[in-house]
Design a protein around this ligand. Structure first.
Ligand code: GAL
Length: 433
């Protein structure tokens, strides 16, 4: 729609003035993203430097806010105002949502030139394709079900990282007896919902997880497994011991880094931030699959899409897309970002043990993979926001009955299913089943 409006505008101008010379290929690209923490910045800077070496300037338009909550809103506002950036972080189902509007540049030439299909993980390929066109360039895969633990504290208590939620409870008791807060956790809605999706996965596995978060089945919402995950969410809340506030994720990481809490459950982007705090993996902290889900991969794939606009930036945009997938960019970016390359042929020697475990597990395919609802991998943005709000509402009110939260979720799902028949994103996640 916006593209059409711009085209009309351009035509009206052309009728009044002598034809302007064709614009020189633009060599500057504005990039909208939400990588604003020190480690995220470093990773983004690698991309900017690579791009500069190719003669393209990265004009930064970073919008703070974990999980891109703010960036998503700014992006919508800018596009509606006819001011779309040339490049933007759009991830998961949102790629198809924007694709449906016909505003994204098809990156088919770049994808064909380097034969992306030959090396991308199939799940990643599905996420960037819409109606047989490539609409995004993938950068890295994050594992959202990662448990971080303080190695010194665990050694002192002779504790092994908990493999199940019952073991987690036992470890939490021991930490508490030592006067240490067991879990670093924020009550920020997306972080609460992240904990919840971890609990659902641990309680049920990827098949049920998809019933709940991809198909949004009212029966799944009413299922005892959902009840148990909600119940567990309340128990785990107790382990944050009153130290709950709406902190940004970077602050949660800082508290864990200072030894103020013994454990933290967070996407592996936290690893990069811990390194910024001078903590070493295997030395100061360890990482493992979150309790009950070590055999599964709860994923979020970072991708950049390009707005077609008047097509004057195509050359630079295609150049950038190809650069983002180059093996060395993938390796260098992901070491700094905490994720892993989207390439099946990546070099495991460039990965730490945590990353290698994530990459190897992801490679086992859809049977072990679960798309993060919070990070837009499972449902459209509006559904995601509504589910997060519902889970948060339950979390903050200790008297809210589990059964009521289930009924409210089921009611939401019925509504979504009425309104989203044939919605753009559904096919992308369902193919991953
Ligand atoms: C995710 C994104 C990560 C990281 C995280 C925290 O959505 O995939 O790259 O930025 O949010 O904001």
């Amino acid at each position: 729609m916006i593209a059409a409006a711009c085209a009309l505008h351009g035509m009206a101008g052309a009728a009044q003035q002598p034809a302007a010379p064709a614009p020189a290929p633009a060599s500057s690209l504005q990039v909208l993203h939400w990588w604003t923490s020190p480690s995220e910045r470093k990773a983004a800077n690698v991309l900017a430097a690579r791009l500069a070496a190719e003669g393209v300037q990265w004009q930064d338009a970073a919008i703070p806010g974990g999980a891109g909550i703010g960036a998503g809103k700014v992006l919508k506002g800018r596009v509606l105002a006819g001011d779309a950036p040339e490049v933007t972080q759009i991830i998961g189902v949102s790629v198809a949502e924007w694709g449906e509007m016909g505003l994204l540049l098809e990156l088919d030439n770049a994808a064909a030139a380097d034969n992306w299909n030959s090396f991308l993980f199939p799940t990643v390929r599905n996420l960037i394709e819409y109606r047989k066109h490539t609409l995004a360039a993938p950068l890295g895969i994050h594992r959202v079900n990662t448990l971080f633990y303080n190695r010194a504290l665990f050694a002192r208590l002779k504790l092994a990282p908990p493999g199940t939620w019952n073991e987690f409870e036992a470890a939490a008791q021991r930490l508490l007896a030592l006067g240490v807060q067991p879990l670093a956790q924020s009550s920020e809605p997306w972080q609460v919902a992240t904990l919840f999706e971890n609990l659902v996965l641990a309680e049920s596995g990827p098949a049920f997880y998809r019933e709940l978060f991809v198909r949004r089945s009212p029966q799944a919402a009413a299922d005892p497994r959902t009840a148990r995950a909600l119940q567990r969410l309340r128990t785990v809340k107790g382990w944050a011991r009153g130290a709950l506030a709406e902190r940004p994720w970077t602050e949660v990481v800082r508290r864990f880094a200072r030894g103020e809490a013994g454990m933290m459950i967070m996407g592996d982007w936290a690893k990069a931030e811990l390194n910024e705090h001078g903590m070493t993996q295997g030395g100061d902290y360890g990482c493992a699959g979150a309790p009950g889900s070590s055999q599964y991969h709860l994923y979020s794939v970072d991708t950049l899409s390009m707005f077609a606009g008047d097509y004057s930036h195509v050359q630079a945009q295609e150049k950038m897309a190809r650069l983002l997938l180059a093996p060395s960019t993938q390796a260098d970016f992901n070491v700094l970002k905490g994720g892993v390359p989207v390439r099946r042929d990546a070099d495991p020697a460039r990965m730490d043990s945590c990353a290698r475990a994530s990459w190897t597990l992801f490679g086992k395919g859809a049977a072990v993979q679960a798309p993060s609802m919070v990070h837009r991998m499972a449902v459209d943005e509006a559904s995601r926001d509504a589910i997060i709000a519902e889970v948060h509402r339950y979390f903050i009110d200790d008297r809210a009955p589990v059964a009521v939260a289930q009924r409210r979720l089921a009611a939401l799902f019925r509504l979504f299913n009425l309104t989203s028949q044939g919605a753009p994103g559904a096919q992308n996640t369902d193919r991953g089943r």
